[in-house]
Ligand binder design. Structure first.
Ligand SMILES: NC(=O)c1ccc[n+]([C@@H]2O[C@H](COP(=O)([O-])OP(=O)(O)OC[C@H]3O[C@@H](n4cnc5c(N)ncnc54)[C@H](O)[C@@H]3O)[C@@H](O)[C@H]2O)c1
Length: 440
């Protein structure tokens, strides 16, 4: 493709996740895409990205305040906007970009409430532009295999799903250090994290959720640390002698990437990346049970634990001809010295976790012995290799016969399971998804 025909892309939200997209645009897909601007509410973070671009041999790009997105789009002649800002800010940027005639790729969750999901869907319809939600888990080869097996009828019609997801005390704790700990910013883990899992089930089953019941609580983090004997008396790690030796403390000063992106940037907006996970003020849950009914008739029981000793998940799918069982161990334990570190993928350049992982996928047919499904070797790089495979489709134009590229409707459906579950937590009643947002 001639260089002047490359798609002109702006990235809004210049935090950790933006780096994956910036690298994909400027390196892996430089033939088809060009980064033309960054926008954020924090200049220091945008400057850090520009320093990293320069160090990698690229030109720095113009930076804009996020509130000037419409002007940025016009001035830089943007074709496509990638939204990687804090969750609760996605919708405003998406609507601005769509109304300015741009296509949009947004990080998950698409947004954090039903009203803004409606605004996104309306803006898409009125503009006729394309929205893609970057549900990277769909692009994990293991998850593709599950979809192939289920869609191919390997276990017949799906009756029910049992899905348990464990976040370990390193990764899980990270949602309690910063903006995610406030439900208004992230929608809580049922929206921010489980949205990935709910989307996978929608995609695997070719189904939409109709009714949701949930029960859950904050059990481990926040003030509950007192009861469990983990609490220490400090607000944030940097500059707090009380944080010395706390296995839950994140030391930003020790990591050049974290220092540049957050510590050196906090003077502008007061965004603290290293809060005490047991400090008060947490409004999200860490232990959640959800029951979902789907339009195909299938049911799901789902559980998320955000304080587990190992990280991974177990999926069991019961069908009219047998059962599929998947176990994925991403880390079999957290090393004592690594509890306060980030997972390797969270910020490029941080230490990879040394613990062991593995995947087992088994089909158990009726009246026949079970058999293991052959899989590619497990990798922890870029979410099991999924990030590279996703950007090849979203930015590189690779064909997508499995429909992994998620639409705004898919984004809304994944969100609605979490939102209905959140409402059920409040009312202790089952919630009809169509009472929150009617997608018909
Ligand atoms: N798919 C995945 O695997 C994955 C992984 C990590 C993060 N994410 C998603 O990526 C997004 C960013 O997460 P992160 O980990 O990079 O967080 P981060 O805190 O590192 O970055 C968020 C950025 O948003 C900026 N921001 C805040 N308010 C803004 C506004 N009004 N307008 C524009 N920018 C604003 C902040 O200044 C910051 O630079 C989130 O939506 C998150 O859910 C997805």
């Amino acid at each position: 493709m001639p260089r002047n025909e490359r798609r002109r892309i702006a990235v809004v939200g210049a935090g950790a996740r933006a780096e994956m997209f910036v690298r994909a645009i400027t390196e892996d897909h430089a033939e088809t895409t060009v980064l033309v601007a960054l926008a954020d509410v924090n200049q220091a973070r945008m400057d850090a990205h520009n320093r990293w671009l320069t160090a990698a041999g690229h030109e720095p790009v113009p930076t804009y305040p996020a509130a000037e997105l419409a002007a940025l789009i016009a001035k830089e002649r943007v074709d496509e906007v990638i939204v990687t800002s804090m969750d609760s800010t996605h919708a405003g940027h998406m609507v601005t970009a769509l109304d300015a005639g741009c296509d949009v790729i947004t990080e998950k969750p698409m947004t954090v409430d039903a009203e803004s999901a409606r605004r996104i869907l309306d803006a898409q319809q009125r503009s006729g532009r394309k929205v893609q939600v970057s549900f990277n888990y769909r692009y994990n080869p293991v998850h593709e295999m599950v979809r192939t097996l289920l869609a191919g009828g390997e276990i017949g019609e799906i009756g029910s799903v049992h899905f348990e997801w464990l976040l370990d005390i390193r990764h899980g704790a990270d949602y309690f250090r910063r903006w995610h700990r406030d439900k208004a910013n992230s929608g809580g883990l049922l929206v921010h994290k489980s949205g990935h899992h709910f989307d996978l089930v929608n995609w695997w089953l070719g189904a939409a959720p109709t009714e949701v019941y949930a029960s859950g609580r904050l059990f481990f983090y926040g003030e509950h640390g007192q009861r469990h004997g983990y609490a220490r008396d400090y607000e944030r790690v940097h500059g707090s002698p009380e944080a010395q030796g706390d296995p839950f403390a994140l030391d930003m000063a020790a990591n050049p990437r974290l220092r540049e992106l957050y510590l050196d940037a906090e003077g502008e907006d007061g965004y603290l990346r290293d809060r005490n996970v047991f400090a008060p003020g947490v409004t999200i849950e860490d232990d959640l049970s959800v029951l979902v009914r789907y339009d195909t008739g299938a049911r799901m029981t789902y559980h998320l634990t955000a304080y587990a000793p190992w990280e991974g998940y177990r999926l069991m799918v019961n069908g009219s001809r047998g059962r599929l069982e998947l176990e994925v161990v991403e880390s079999d334990h957290v090393s004592p010295t690594a509890a306060g570190e980030l997972k390797g993928a969270a910020v490029h350049g941080t230490t990879e976790a040394p613990e062991q992982g593995g995947v087992t996928l088994t089909i158990r047919p009726f009246w026949a012995p079970p058999y293991r499904v052959e899989l590619q070797p497990h990798t922890r790089e870029g979410h099991g290799g999924a990030d590279h495979r996703m950007t090849a489709v979203l930015l590189g134009g690779q064909t997508d016969p499995m429909n992994r590229s998620a639409t705004a409707r898919d984004g809304a459906l994944a969100l609605l399971t979490g939102l209905a579950a959140n409402r059920s937590l409040q009312t202790a009643e089952p919630v009809r998804v169509s009472d929150l947002l009617d997608l018909n």
